[in-house]
Design a protein around this ligand. Structure first.
Ligand SMILES: NC(=O)C1=CN([C@@H]2O[C@H](COP(=O)(O)OP(=O)(O)OC[C@H]3O[C@@H](n4cnc5c(N)ncnc54)[C@H](O)[C@@H]3O)[C@@H](O)[C@H]2O)C=CC1
Ligand SMILES: CC(C)CCC[C@@H](C)[C@H]1CC[C@H]2[C@@H]3[C@H](O)CC4=CC(=O)CC[C@]4(C)[C@H]3CC[C@]12C
Length: 369
């Protein structure tokens, strides 16, 4: 109580603050971090909604910048107490080259770490991903696993490879002396598949369903379970971690935490139907419409077409060998590490998360009419 009565004094920087998750982190900080004096939102592409946030009591500073440019990152970090690094190139569809993914996700993260060290910023929270663990290309299930569950992580794809490298850099940087002599405290949050307002792939599935006359066709067996987590709860975890990191540095520094909430374990498609169903779409079939071998063939064909067409155009469909392997492998998390280490409880119940997401999809429907 006494804390919120104090004059706000902290400066936060959120990289990737205009992205799907970043926007929720930014809004959550403004709502739930009473010690905030200035919030810097750093992104390659600044969104127009930032303007409306500038009229509130907290100073919101929009910074158009590129994490691959060390000097731009250093300027943004200068004077910040906390950095929440969510910026990243999320690409499992072959839109960007492996070099670009590495540059943004790994070099960009290294730049953020160096900027913290150089500028004397002590607290760094990194948005990692479940993908640093798996699923692996062998299709091994990760069933109700936690942060200590052994798993053969094999990263052949540039995106998970880059996230794993970046996460390692962040964790290894824990304890480095920053300018002024104090130690840097870092930790990494690993969301499973995030859903909620602003989720681009949900948008894509919704529009695809409309094009197909209100139907989607089951591609993956219903028995393949995916861990999903509501964006508001992922944002809340970031806010809590950032708040507690300094006080609990010995416990939390250098740690990884899966992001979790009470969302049910379901197949990727059945889970999406929790939102798309009430918006008028139907998932056809209790079993996959096509045999798995045919999907494998189509995915390989898509990869070949992508490669052949690359000089002419970008062909990047949802189905490729990697996305098929991920969609077809069980990956679910069951842990309470965040609760034990920093008192995390989901802010949004499953019912609330579901309702909010449905309202957002219905909003898309209304604006399309
Ligand atoms: N979407 C998901 O299901 C999951 C996402 N994540 C991680 O969460 C983070 C945020 O992901 P999303 O919000 O889904 O993606 P997003 O693409 O919506 O947001 C990423 C943001 O980073 C910005 N950005 C990209 N390159 C940049 C650069 N060079 N310099 C500055 N800003 C740059 C983009 O403009 C964008 O606003 C990423 O680090 C991602 O790896 C982790 C697990 C699951
Ligand atoms: C038509 C196909 C058979 C079904 C395609 C679904 C896929 C596009 C998605 C299934 C699982 C998704 C991934 C998963 O949620 C984990 C992720 C974590 C991240 O850090 C980034 C996103 C993603 C890789 C996510 C991407 C889409 C899927 C592969």
């Amino acid at each position: 109580m006494a804390e919120s009565a104090e004059a706000p004094k902290l400066v936060y920087l959120v990289t990737g603050g205009c992205g799907f998750l970043g926007e929720h982190v930014v809004r959550m900080l403004l709502e739930r971090e009473p010690r905030l004096r200035e919030l810097r939102v750093f992104d390659l592409h600044l969104s127009p909604w930032l303007e409306e946030l500038k009229t509130g009591p907290v100073q919101v500073t929009a910074i158009q910048g590129d994490v691959t440019q060390a000097h731009e990152v250093a300027a943004a970090v200068s004077g910040a107490h906390v950095v929440i690094h969510t910026a990243g190139l999320v690409d499992v569809f072959g839109r960007a080259s492996p070099e670009t993914i590495h540059k943004v996700n790994v070099q960009g993260t290294q730049n953020v770490i160096e900027a913290c060290v150089q500028m004397g910023t002590r607290l760094l929270v990194y948005t990692s991903s479940m993908e640093v663990v798996g699923p692996n290309i062998k299709g091994h299930p990760f069933y109700r696993g936690n942060e200590d569950t052994p798993y053969e992580a094999v990263h052949k794809h540039p995106y998970p490879h880059s996230k794993a490298q970046a996460e390692r850099l962040v964790l290894e940087a824990n304890g480095r002396k920053v300018h002024g002599g104090l130690p840097l405290v870092t930790c990494a949050l690993r969301p499973t598949g995030i859903y909620g307002e602003g989720h681009q792939i949900m948008r894509d599935f919704y529009h695809q369903g409309l094009r197909l006359g209100g139907r989607l066709f089951r591609a993956i067996p219903a028995s393949v379970e995916h861990g999903r987590v509501y964006v508001g709860n992922v944002a809340w975890m970031h806010v809590l971690v950032a708040r507690e990191l300094e006080q609990r540095a010995a416990l939390m520094g250098g740690q990884v935490y899966f992001c979790y909430d009470k969302s049910p374990y379901k197949s990727y498609e059945d889970f999406n139907m929790e939102f798309l169903g009430p918006c008028g779409l139907r998932l056809v079939g209790t079993r996959p419409l096509l045999p798995y071998w045919l999907l494998v063939l189509l995915a390989a064909l898509n990869a070949l077409l992508q490669w052949l067409l690359r000089p002419l155009l970008l062909y990047a469909p949802l189905l490729n060998p990697y996305t098929l392997a991920v969609a077809n492998t069980t990956f679910t998390v069951s842990t309470n590490k965040a609760q034990r280490h920093f008192g995390y409880e989901p802010l949004f119940s499953w019912e609330e998360s579901r309702t909010r997401t449905i309202l957002w999809v219905q909003g898309m429907e209304a604006s399309a009419q």
